[in-house]
Design a protein. Structure first.
Length: 206
């Protein structure tokens, strides 16, 4: 008689994995609803019971704080920058970097802006998980990652890769005035201006 092997159950999530799953489900809802999002909505999006949320988060504010920390977490964009092939042309590398960094900034701004607009203020408590990197550490890591993308072309550049990175990030992180939003440079335009300037013929007098 053939024995039927018992169905294997999927391994249970750890508290950290469940926490990350809930935060991932909550982020798009927070971007849409701000602090008005309910734990019921988040639970349905995550495919779990509402009570499960409170097994890993003390309360809704703790969940919102975790979402703020995740929105500011630079790990994802650092991985994207590290994955850009160094054998691509410099312009292509920098366009990909600009697209990745701008998407990160927009995700962060959308989540934090929605929470701020709906009245949520992040308060640090002893139970908060610390933000992985401070703002200064995050900027330093970003500068180093972009510099690595510029470094292969050092011999062809008039400025050191570190200086070019500073100019690139300065141009990228400059916020456009709302009235001139339509004139914001695309990643392609930004890189073209960085590498070639704005003159039709760079050799002609300005």
């Amino acid at each position: 008689m053939t024995q039927v092997s018992p169905r294997r159950r999927a391994p249970a999530m750890s508290a950290g994995e469940r926490r990350a799953m809930i935060v991932a489900a909550a982020l798009p809802l927070i971007a849409e609803h701000g602090a008005a999002v309910t734990t019921g909505q988040i639970a349905r999006a995550a495919g779990i019971g509402e009570g499960t949320i409170f097994r890993v988060f003390a309360d809704k504010d703790a969940l919102l704080n975790a979402c703020t920390a995740e929105a500011m977490n630079p790990d994802h964009v650092m991985r994207e920058l590290a994955s850009i092939p160094l054998d691509e042309p410099l312009a292509t590398r920098l366009v990909q970097a600009a697209e990745a960094l701008r998407a990160h900034l927009e995700r962060m701004g959308t989540v934090i802006g929605a929470l701020h607009a709906s009245g949520h203020r992040r308060e640090r408590t002893s139970g908060d998980r610390p933000v992985p990197d401070s703002r200064e550490a995050s900027m330093k890591a970003t500068h180093e990652a972009v510099t690595e993308l510029v470094e292969p072309d050092r011999a062809a550049l008039r400025l050191e890769p570190e200086k070019i990175t500073s100019i690139f990030l300065g141009m990228l992180f400059t916020r456009s005035h709302p009235a001139s939003r339509d004139t914001r440079l695309t990643p392609q335009e930004l890189v073209d201006v960085l590498l070639h300037g704005t003159l039709n013929d760079p050799r002609s007098p300005a």
